[in-house]
Design a protein around this ligand. Structure first.
Ligand code: HEC
Ligand code: HEC
Ligand code: HEC
Ligand code: HEC
Length: 431
């Protein structure tokens, strides 16, 4: 492919990007893939939001010439190599690899540093007085370099951390003897734990811990649990297949159903399936526990302003009927998303960052073979809002520390593909 043809495609690509950014919405684009000088049309779904109108300067780098790259190298050797290495492969902790990084991205980030937008003093001071031309050339130089080798590590520990669900199951092992392995009780007086929102279960466990809900045995059983364990346990039970408690429920179901009319406003009209996370579901609940709970609200042993009134209005016979009615109802699992594993998360990230972190969009950074310490740090920075990006703020919101470590290790271990892999019909930067 000649330089002239490449430039033509640079223009085409630029036009596509410009058009898309005007709409400023998440859109799909169709890109052309350039492989080994042959043009293969391929459909690539990209979902990056282009904020505002694109500055034509941002894409100027797509027209870099071999001469620009040679000049960029001079800038790199004098100003950047001390930290990023002369070839863009960093050997210093906290300093990212920039070899083979996507050119428009490099250019854009350097402009962000210039304005102090990433809060890193050493980078801001380095690039503060550089002119646009030098920034463009040094970006073209580093983009043209061979990317770093992936992190080689035989340790599975960091990528294979159990997710919240697995951790919850392990922590709940101590509860199964009474509450049933999957949270369905077969012991009279012991509640089932399925069918309620995790928020309710977390609140109930904290109430035992603090002594606000008085029950010495449950207090002793849960007081050693960390906050993370409690939330994992609650998630584990919320995701179990719900079933009715396996204990007898004497009482008149029909009479109970009539009496339940006054409860359904809060506990759910659908046989006691609550839609409010703060209100427990009653469908399928163990009958003896149910009766004891009403008694406890009534006499104040379970101090709750909301339930005091309804419980006081119910006599012993009605309580028994209500218990029989609710125990006969079919519980439903609350609406809770199953936590994703590192691999499942990575699939989502790859939508923008490319297969295994090899971005095909010149504006989206490649993540493959990036330094693990750097990845971890910037992902935390997005999460805390220290580094600003609309896309990444949304994406990092649901990530906890374990997932950040897992994803960083995942990407650091991927084989990085340099410029030849990209959609971008760039002028061949290497001679
Ligand atoms: C004093 C050491 C130092 C020097 C000199 C330096 N950098 Fe950096 N650079 C860093 C550090 C540290 C970071 C990570 C900062 C952060 O987290 O925002 C960084 C980040 C970057 C990034 C962002 C990479 C990414 O993936 O987002 C680019 C691009 C970059 N540097 C290019 C350059 C260029 C080009 C030069 C020379 C003109 C240069 N740097 C000089 C230390 C340096
Ligand atoms: C020795 C039996 C036993 C074990 C073990 C046990 N529980 Fe309980 N649990 C009970 C009983 C009995 C109650 C009812 C207490 C009450 O009346 O407040 C209860 C109540 C609860 C409740 C309140 C349910 C509701 O609907 O409000 C939660 C939540 C709970 N337990 C969680 C746990 C967790 C988590 C563990 C394991 C760490 C655990 N329990 C271990 C017997 C047990
Ligand atoms: C105004 C809303 C409201 C009404 C009406 C109401 N409840 Fe409740 N109920 C709640 C809330 C909120 C809780 C959780 C209180 C707590 O944290 O202890 C609760 C808890 C319960 C529990 C304890 C469940 C468990 O898992 O520990 C039972 C049993 C119960 N209600 C039965 C009833 C019955 C029977 C009626 C009708 C006679 C009724 N409720 C009416 C709001 C209500
Ligand atoms: C909707 C598109 C999109 C998705 C999905 C997405 N990202 Fe990003 N990501 C971006 C963009 C755009 C940037 C550059 C933002 C900036 O300028 O700070 C970025 C930047 C990053 C960076 C900084 C790279 C560097 O070199 O400094 C990391 C790390 C990162 N993303 C990781 C992830 C991970 C992990 C996921 C999945 C949990 C993910 N991203 C999902 C669009 C996305």
């Amino acid at each position: 492919m000649t330089v002239k043809e490449c430039r033509l495609f640079g223009q085409l690509f630029e036009e596509m990007l410009m058009k898309r950014s005007v709409g400023s919405v998440v859109m799909k684009i169709f890109g052309m893939v350039l492989v080994g000088g042959l043009l293969a049309a391929a459909v690539l779904a990209q979902t990056i939001t282009a904020g505002g109108a694109a500055d034509p300067m941002d894409f100027k780098i797509l027209y870099a010439t071999p001469q620009d790259v040679v000049e960029g190298k001079q800038v790199a050797l004098t100003m950047c190599a001390g930290c990023h290495g002369s070839n863009g492969v960093s050997t210093q902790k906290g300093v990212p690899n920039i070899a083979g990084q996507r050119p428009v991205y490099l250019h854009l980030e350097l402009k962000v540093y210039q304005k102090g937008g990433r809060g890193n003093k050493s980078m801001t001071n380095t690039v503060k007085y550089m002119n646009d031309d030098a920034i463009m050339k040094v970006s073209a130089y580093y983009a043209s370099q061979d990317p770093a080798e992936p992190l080689r590590s035989t340790s599975k520990a960091d990528v294979g951390k159990p997710n919240a669900m697995t951790a919850g199951k392990a922590a709940a092992a101590a509860c199964g003897g009474c509450h049933g392995d999957a949270g369905v009780s077969s012991i009279a007086g012991t509640p089932s734990l399925i069918g309620s929102d995790p928020k309710y279960l977390i609140a109930a466990i904290s109430a035992y811990k603090s002594g606000e809900r008085k029950h010495d045995m449950m207090k002793a059983l849960v007081s050693g649990l960390t906050e993370a364990e409690v939330s994992n346990i609650a998630l584990y039970y919320a995701l179990q297949a719900p079933d009715r408690a396996k204990t007898p429920a004497p009482g008149n179901v029909a009479a109970g159903k009539t009496a339940a009319a006054s409860c359904s406003g809060c506990h759910g009209g659908d046989g006691g399936v609550s839609v409010n996370p703060a209100t427990p579901s009653l469908a399928g609940q163990e009958a003896q526990y149910f009766i004891a709970a009403l008694r406890a609200y009534k006499d104040g042993a379970r101090n709750n302003a909301t339930m005091k009134g309804p419980a006081t209005a119910v006599d012993e016979a009605t309580a028994k009927n209500l218990a029989a009615y609710y125990a006969s109802q079919t519980p439903k699992a609350p609406q809770v998303g199953k936590p994703l594993s590192v691999a499942e998360w990575a699939e989502r990230c790859d939508r923008c960052h490319g297969v295994n972190g090899n971005s095909t969009d010149p504006r989206a950074p490649a993540l493959a073979a990036q330094r693990v310490d750097y990845l971890e740090r910037v992902m935390l920075a997005y999460k805390k809002g220290e580094r600003k990006s609309k896309e990444m703020a949304v994406m990092s919101d649901g990530l906890d520390d374990d997932l950040i470590t897992g994803l960083s290790n995942h990407y650091a271990r991927q084989k990085a593909r340099g410029l030849a892999y990209m959609i971008l019909p760039l002028v061949p930067l290497k001679k």
